[in-house]
Design a binder for this molecule. Structure first.
Ligand code: LLP
Length: 421
């Protein structure tokens, strides 16, 4: 559920008409709803209410905007970070270091040093060389790094190949069969305190079965590791729960279904459970609002050309992702059209032959469910300014990232004298 609704013939976010924001800030613009964020955190938390002291660490990569992170920090969430930059953002937004988990296959020595210095809760290690490097870095600083190994359970998450992470051919985690040997070796490394196990098999999962299969494997591994004398105090179950994008498709499992499954499967693990949800917290809390530049009659269908492009919302061109596209001004009229951006690539297509509400040049459209992996994946391709972001709460709204003027982009480059000469 979200707080984007039609009232008096126009889409509102909470109490604010989207058109008011678009007129004031310009388009394209990302708009986020605080009430939706708050609701999603509450629903996710409630789903875990039978667990003892779970740590919900928001996957910062899904939406790293400072105002969004500060909102989530205020609701008590921790952070799952995958770079030094994300770590600094999470801390700056007020997320305490003891609620931060550091994931990722390529942590550098510098990033390890930063995270150790800040005193994060856990490093999720993804290889033996990484374990050895972290141990050395920690010892050089007189610290002990709290770690878990991310296990690759070789489970097919049944999602898009580019966001599937738990198959043996994926780069993530250590092979399940190598896990015991890896823990045995890590126990010998003086700079590490091995405290847990981690798993994450992919994103936009619409079926709980692969998650359950992966968690069963983690549970079995915890027993084997304990038999080998390892102390396992935490289990990080990652993120991945899908959200509804297409209203004509079956609704993905709810956080309540997910929580019930987790509670059942982990009943006798005797660990603190960690979660890294991203999309399910922020996905439906955001929309990308764009204006129709013109409508062009193609050979086979009309093209609705909007002022947002693949650089603003990359998901459709990268993953063939489906986003609902709504006319901001309510209308009963429908049309079958393709919705495209101005970028010079055929891949700059948001929808093909889409049955949608009819729109005219100058009208606003809203790309729904764009709060996760939207603005954060935006770029400046075709020398387009980075998309601004707005946060709404009730009847108030504020720009939480300004549109970067194109002059700033140009000024970022420099021309060496020998080119000028
Ligand atoms: N934990 C780890 C280790 C991850 O790699 C990810 C996402 C998450 C948690 C959060 O997953 P979520 O709950 O959001 O599914 N850009 C793609 C999604 C990439 C996901 C990468 N990892 C998209 O737009 O669909």
């Amino acid at each position: 559920m979200d707080h984007f609704d039609y009232r008096r013939g126009a889409m509102h976010v909470e109490q604010v008409p989207l058109a008011e924001i678009a007129d004031a800030v310009g388009t394209p613009v990302y708009v986020y709803s605080t009430a939706t964020l708050t609701r999603h955190v509450g629903v996710f938390r409630a789903a875990l209410d039978k667990l003892k002291d779970p740590l919900v660490a928001f996957a910062v990569k899904a939406n790293p905007n400072a105002a969004v992170l500060a909102t989530l920090a205020g609701l008590g969430l921790g952070a799952d970070v995958v770079s030094g930059g994300e770590l600094l953002r999470a801390l700056a937004a007020g997320i305490p270091a003891n609620r931060i988990v550091f994931s990722g296959v390529g942590k550098t020595e510098e990033e390890m040093r930063l995270a150790l210095d800040k005193g994060i809760y856990q490093f999720n290690l993804e290889s033996q060389p990484e374990a050895e490097m972290l141990s050395q870095v920690a010892l050089s600083m007189g610290r002990i790094a709290p770690v878990a190994y991310r296990i690759n359970p070789d489970v097919d998450a049944g999602t898009h190949a580019k966001i599937s992470t738990g198959k043996s051919e994926n780069k993530f985690g250590i092979p399940y069969a190598d896990a015991v040997a890896a823990y045995d070796r890590a126990a010998q490394l003086a700079g590490l305190d091995v405290q847990g196990v981690a798993v994450h098999i992919g994103s936009q999962l619409t079926d709980l079965a692969p998650l359950e299969a992966a968690f069963e494997k983690v549970g079995a591994l915890i027993e084997v590791l304990r038999d080998h004398g390892h102390v396992i105090r935490t289990a990080d179950l990652g993120g991945g729960l899908g959200v509804p994008y297409d209203p004509s498709q079956p609704v993905p499992p709810s956080p309540a279904d997910y929580g019930a499954m987790v509670t059942r499967v982990t009943a006798d693990w005797d660990v603190r459970l960690l979660f890294e949800p991203g999309r399910v917290i922020v996905g439906n809390a955001g929309a990308l609002v764009s204006r129709v530049v013109r409508v062009k009659q193609g050979a086979t269908q009309p093209f609705v050309i909007v002022d947002a492009a693949m650089n603003d919302l990359l998901r459709p061109s990268l993953y063939d992702a489906w986003h609902n596209i709504r006319a901001v001004k309510a209308t009963e009229k429908r049309v079958t059209a393709s919705v495209v951006g101005p970028v010079c690539e055929s891949g700059d297509t948001f929808a093909t032959n889409r049955d949608m509400e009819e729109v005219e040049p100058g009208d606003l459209v809203a790309f729904m469910t764009a709060g996760a992996y939207g603005a954060t994946m935006a770029n400046t391709y075709n020398s387009r300014a980075l998309t601004p972001e707005v946060l709404v709460s009730g009847g108030k709204w504020a720009v939480v990232r300004a549109r970067s003027p194109i002059e700033t982009l140009i000024a970022g480059d420099s021309i060496p004298d020998w080119v000028k000469a």
